[in-house]
Write a protein that binds this ligand. Structure first.
Ligand SMILES: *[C@@H]1O[C@H](CO)[C@@H](O)[C@H](O)[C@H]1NC(C)=O
Ligand SMILES: *[C@@H]1O[C@H](CO)[C@@H](O)[C@H](O)[C@H]1NC(C)=O
Ligand SMILES: *[C@@H]1O[C@H](CO)[C@@H](O)[C@H](O)[C@H]1NC(C)=O
Ligand SMILES: *[C@@H]1O[C@H](CO)[C@@H](O)[C@H](O)[C@H]1NC(C)=O
Ligand SMILES: *[C@@H]1O[C@H](CO)[C@@H](O)[C@H](O)[C@H]1NC(C)=O
Length: 428
């Protein structure tokens, strides 16, 4: 058993290495780091018209020929939303996605995982996790500079003629459901619904997507497949990028509860526990401990304010966003140096006012009654489960200001909030 697991990993690692090398060779390498005496001349504002890969090929792959940024002093902001699954990242993603001047992608690293690791979960093995990160950083760097052709290398089946209908959750990106990418909703399209976009927009033309990306002043990318902020350091320090990280955290007990509802197979034993009241002897705790470990190291790094993160880091608790969406969104936009627009305000209004209908029609739909939803896990998990998770990762709760409970009464008494007031100001 042990042996076969090892050989599977070994095989997986070898195949990652081979595939990744193939991808690197197939695509030109426009984004290697070069020393840049003047970052002003090596920026990424969307002024150029030819695809970056061709541009880089023409320039022999060097950095010298990157566009002259001072032509337009407005630099693109590259927003990375660093989160974990079921932590409210779709919600925060929407707050940026709805903005007219943001090009938003929902978890493009999904394609890296499916291309390189189709059968294994990234969260489980440390070695393969590290290997994935190099590929992930390359892809993020490309997307930040609107080189969306690079993404095609990971999409299966490989897009022909720069056209695909397999981009993961394409319909979530407003920019990919509007002109010039999609004409179906006319020139004034806002808040296009995901299903409608998929139905009416047809295949995605990556050339047009690239054009749309370049026209927007900002790029925002939601990522749940990068475990720690330190893993993003190479991007944060890249002088050609203007990265701003938003690290989204949520009470791990809430994440667990949400995952039990959503990932029914992976969390089957947790559901048995919940249904029978007895903890299965073979319960796999690793997804939970991995989550805690990643939080601990990521947050310790972020909150210790290393100089490389100066001006580029903000920690957001999902619960704060849920309780006070508009005020928190304004704080986020202030940190990003952008102004909130009407589309965003309208979206908040429409999606957080607690309409009574249950909104579970879609696995990943953002919440309706956001505040109640953020603490609803307390009614769904048994006290035993909660107590157990509290002992498994004790450090994270005080650090993030989540109160642990000592009795079932405390857990179920919703007039006692378990979210302590704690302010996390951006590191400026
Ligand atoms: C960049 O563009 C500005 C404005 O057109 C120009 O003044 C400057 O000389 C250019 N810099 C380089 C290195 O070409
Ligand atoms: C791609 O474009 C070429 C030239 O227009 C065409 O011959 C080919 O059939 C297209 N391939 C696909 C898969 O659409
Ligand atoms: C994609 O859009 C570009 C730019 O408008 C166009 O030249 C190209 O023909 C389109 N590709 C397909 C397959 O329609
Ligand atoms: C700079 O780029 C932004 C966004 O692409 C655009 O709105 C603005 O008009 C440009 N400014 C100049 C001086 O070209
Ligand atoms: C819930 O907590 C409140 C506030 O501490 C307390 O007044 C109330 O009695 C509690 N309710 C129950 C049912 O324990």
């Amino acid at each position: 058993m042990h042996c076969s697991v090892k050989s599977v990993i070994l095989l997986a690692l070898t195949s990652i290495a081979i595939q990744y090398t193939a991808i690197r060779t197939l695509t030109s390498k426009p984004f290697q780091l070069c020393p840049l005496p003047n970052p002003q001349n090596c920026g990424l504002a969307g002024q150029d018209t030819e695809p970056p890969s061709e541009r880089a090929a023409a320039a022999g792959g060097g950095c010298d020929e990157l566009p002259n940024l001072s032509v337009n002093a407005t630099r693109k902001t590259h927003i990375l939303i660093l989160a974990t699954t079921r932590s409210g990242s779709s919600f925060i993603g929407q707050l940026l996605n709805q903005h007219q001047d943001v090009f938003y992608l929902f978890e493009p690293l999904y394609h890296v995982q499916t291309a390189l690791l189709p059968r294994l979960s990234t969260s489980r093995f440390a070695t393969e996790r590290r290997l994935m990160l190099g590929a992930s950083r390359d892809l993020l760097r490309s997307i930040c500079s609107c080189d969306l052709y690079f993404l095609e290398s990971y999409i299966k089946p490989t897009p022909a003629n720069h056209t695909t209908d397999k981009l993961f959750r394409r319909g979530v990106s407003q920019a990919l459901c509007q002109q010039p990418v999609c004409d179906a909703f006319g020139p004034a399209a806002v808040n296009v619904e995901e299903g409608e976009c998929i139905k009416k927009c047809g295949s995605l033309n990556m050339t047009l997507a690239t054009e749309a990306c370049r026209k927007k002043r900002n790029v925002a990318i939601k990522i749940v497949r990068v475990p720690e902020i330190e893993d993003l350091r190479a991007l944060v320090e890249d002088p050609r990028l203007n990265i701003k990280v938003i690290q989204l955290v949520r009470d791990p007990r809430g994440i667990l509860s949400s995952r039990i509802e959503t990932f029914r197979d992976a969390y089957r034993l947790w559901r048995i526990w919940r249904a029978t009241g007895r903890r299965p002897y073979n319960l796999d705790l690793s997804p939970f401990t991995v989550l805690c470990d990643d939080y601990i190291s990521s947050i310790s790094t972020g909150l210790s304010h290393p100089s490389w993160l100066k001006g580029k880091y903000m920690l957001v608790r999902y619960e704060d966003l849920a309780r006070n969406p508009l005020a928190k969104t304004k704080e986020i936009y202030d940190y990003l140096g952008l102004s909130i627009d009407k589309n965003v305000e309208d979206w908040i209004q429409a999606n957080t006012q607690g309409a009574n209908e249950p909104s579970t029609k879609h696995k990943f739909s953002t919440v309706r009654d956001s505040a109640a939803n953020a603490e609803s896990w307390r009614l769904k998990l048994s006290y035993d489960m909660v107590e157990y998770t509290q002992t498994v990762c004790p450090k994270i709760f005080p650090q993030l200001g989540y109160k642990t409970v000592r009795s079932a009464e405390e857990l179920k008494n919703m007039s006692l909030s378990l979210v302590q007031d704690k302010s996390f100001v951006p590191f400026l």
